[in-house]
Ligand binder design. Structure first.
Ligand SMILES: [Zn+2]
Length: 109
């Protein structure tokens, strides 16, 4: 069964949860297997390292609240938010880069 991005119409892998083209979450009727980590730092929508965006994507949270809580913890939590952010930054893999094949290079005349 093929699924398509509801935002840009790009065909997606059966187990895709996010469109590789535009980053739109894909709501699959089958639950994502727990063995595969979706906790990645997305390349789209990031502000610093993509930690908040990645957490929001993985758990379908609102990224604004993730950022607000992180900042509040960083400011009022004795650096807990900052420390958590740095730890997530280190342990969360970066989203695989999915780019179309490069266009043939044409030297300027
Ligand atoms: Zn898309």
């Amino acid at each position: 069964m093929a699924i398509y991005c509801r935002n840009c119409g790009r065909p997606l892998a059966d187990d895709a949860r996010f469109c590789p083209g535009c980053g739109t979450p894909v709501y699959s009727p089958t639950p994502y297997p727990a063995s595969v980590s979706r906790l990645v730092r997305p390349r789209a929508g990031r502000m610093i390292a993509g930690v908040c965006q990645g957490l929001a994507n993985a758990y379908a949270w609102d990224v604004v609240w993730v950022r607000v809580i992180t900042v509040l913890l960083a400011v009022f939590g004795g650096g807990a938010g900052l420390l958590a952010y740095i730890i997530f930054w280190i342990v969360m893999p970066e989203e695989p880069l999915m780019v179309p094949p490069p266009a043939p290079f044409e030297p300027p005349r």
